[in-house]
Ligand binder design. Structure first.
Ligand SMILES: [Zn+2]
Length: 529
């Protein structure tokens, strides 16, 4: 029985299998795309041997929360995830997916997703989720997709601020069913963005029943991550309870100084929900700044009818006056970004035209232009046709640790790889957790950190053959040096590659060797079974 030849043996590594159990020293034998044998001192012949002494061998990381929907399509060789040890990436988050679409509402959808396109041009020659996924050819890492609630709402209704008619509800349900039949793992929502912000809880419950029936998951950028954080978490729990769907609260955080510490209460609520039988988890990125579209600083009424109309209104001084009033006083139920970060805490990460704005805060630009900060922000939105991404400094380090440590929390990047100065989380998330939070600060064990990056997300998404080192599993692996692993990207130099990732394997193929990229297109689109 032992007269086998392996394609690859990883020798003498410190195996951390993803389950959370203590690591152990051993060898991993790989044949084809599978892990075939785990043992000590495997002496069977092998085409290739990796000496992993002093290195950790772990399952490839699964990025539970990504916005690589565009880049996966236009640049399959893009390697920011492979460089951090990620072998599978879950796209279509925060209500934003690039499919399904229809001709009628394509312009609205294009405006909706524009800030997440990372400056790339698309040909939009697909309609269904299946057709979109078919167009992702040989990506550098595996891709699993969610269908976005915002996307299906625009496709079924348009960008209007109103309740769907019964006919439109049916249409949305059909779009979800069809997308899931074609491979989507569930539904995502972005309830601070239009049109997600227009959806009432009942609409989401009804739609999630369809997702639950197909054993998918509902990943949600909740309705508030600052003043209304607790209420927003309650809504996510209610949706899970009333629809029976598996819930994932995205990029959990408390924005704004006066809300710091609220994550203790929200985590308590999530724990309590689990005791009531609700299948709920969360994900987090390891940074105290967030990132989203600059247009999110505008109050909800501004977004009625879509971005073009919002920009048109923004030309009117009276409208600007009203927005400034709303920003100052707030509106019940609206995530007022400015209120918790201030103009100095809102920094341009990406814009299309005036590249020299990238890396500067609104306050800084306002001073340079000798103009009021709010007016400056509005000007920039107009100048850039709304296509601006910001980084927003709003969270506390202690909250980030509290959330990250919690056993129900997975790691995700929330990354949007792009030119300019995107949030460094797109490039450094996983090495940062393993370097800063495990090795330096010891907030949790290496085994626990890896569980949050591998088996936990694999279970949540139903990726049955991934996320663990075990015989018979697909050989998606990462081999890294635990004493040197480190994030190198910063807010000002986000594109720097991390250190300490020695090898990355996808389906048994080495795609990164001694930190050098070899064959960058070994991933595939994973469709929900
Ligand atoms: Zn989000």
């Amino acid at each position: 029985m032992e007269s086998r030849t392996f394609d690859l043996i990883i020798k003498d590594g410190w195996i951390i299998d993803g389950s959370g159990h203590p690591g152990f020293s051993g060898d991993v034998g790989i044949r084809g795309d599978r892990i075939e044998l785990i043992g000590r001192g495997i002496r069977l012949p092998s085409q290739k041997v990796i000496d992993a002494r002093g290195l950790v061998v772990a399952p490839g990381f699964i990025d539970t929360h990504s916005h690589a929907d565009t880049i996966a399509l236009v640049d399959p060789t893009e390697d920011s995830k492979i460089q951090q040890g990620v072998t599978t990436e879950c796209i279509g988050n925060c209500g934003l997916s690039l499919a399904p679409l229809n001709k009628e509402h394509l312009p609205d959808l294009q405006t909706y997703v524009a800030p997440f396109l990372g400056g790339f041009h698309l040909n939009w020659n697909w309609q269904t989720m299946g057709q979109y996924l078919d167009q992702i050819k040989c990506p550098s890492r595996n891709i699993a997709a969610l269908v976005g609630h915002g996307t299906i709402r625009i496709t079924a209704i348009g960008p209007e601020n109103r309740k769907p008619t019964p006919y439109e509800m049916d249409k949305m349900k059909d779009l979800i069913s069809e997308s899931m039949d074609q491979g989507a793992f569930g539904l995502s929502s972005g309830l601070i963005y239009p049109p997600g912000v227009f959806a009432e809880t009942d609409e989401l419950i009804e739609l999630c029943k369809i997702v639950a029936k197909r054993e998918g998951l509902y990943a949600t950028h909740i309705r508030g991550e600052s003043n209304t954080l607790v209420e927003a978490v309650n809504e996510a729990i209610e949706i899970g309870q009333k629809s029976g769907v598996s819930v994932q609260i995205s990029h959990h955080k408390a924005g704004g100084k006066k809300n710091w510490g609220k994550v203790k209460e929200t985590l308590d609520r999530v724990e309590k929900a689990r005791t009531q039988g609700i299948n709920i988890h969360l994900d987090v990125y390891p940074y105290t700044a967030g990132s989203t579209m600059l247009a999110s600083i505008l109050p909800p009424w501004m977004h009625d009818g879509g971005m073009d109309q919002a920009l048109n209104r923004l030309k009117d001084p009276q409208v600007r006056l009203r927005i400034k009033g709303d920003i100052e006083q707030g509106i019940k139920g609206w995530e007022n970004m400015n209120q918790f970060a201030g103009w100095e805490g809102i920094v341009i990460a990406f814009c299309k035209k005036e590249k020299e704005l990238e890396g500067k805060s609104i306050l800084q630009i306002a001073n340079e232009r000798n103009r009021e900060p709010a007016e400056t922000a509005f000007d920039i939105l107009l100048e850039e046709a709304g296509k601006v991404v910001m980084v927003i400094y709003a969270m506390s380090e202690e909250d980030v640790r509290t959330v990250m440590k919690h056993p129900l929390v997975m790691i995700g990047t929330d990354g949007i790889p792009s030119s300019g100065k995107p949030h460094p989380r797109a490039y450094g998330t996983y090495p940062r957790v393993l370097g800063k939070y495990v090795r330096e600060e010891k907030i949790f064990s290496l085994e626990e950190a890896i569980r949050k990056m591998t088996s936990l997300p694999a279970q949540k998404f139903g990726l049955k053959e991934r996320g663990m080192i075990a015989e018979g599993m697909i050989a998606d692996l990462v081999i890294f040096n635990p004493s040197t692993i480190e994030e190198k990207s910063t807010y000002f130099n986000p594109h720097e590659k991390p250190e300490g990732i020695e090898y990355v394997l996808i389906g048994g193929s080495i795609v990164l060797e001694r930190t050098k990229l070899l064959n960058s297109q070994k991933g595939r689109v994973i469709r929900k079974a």
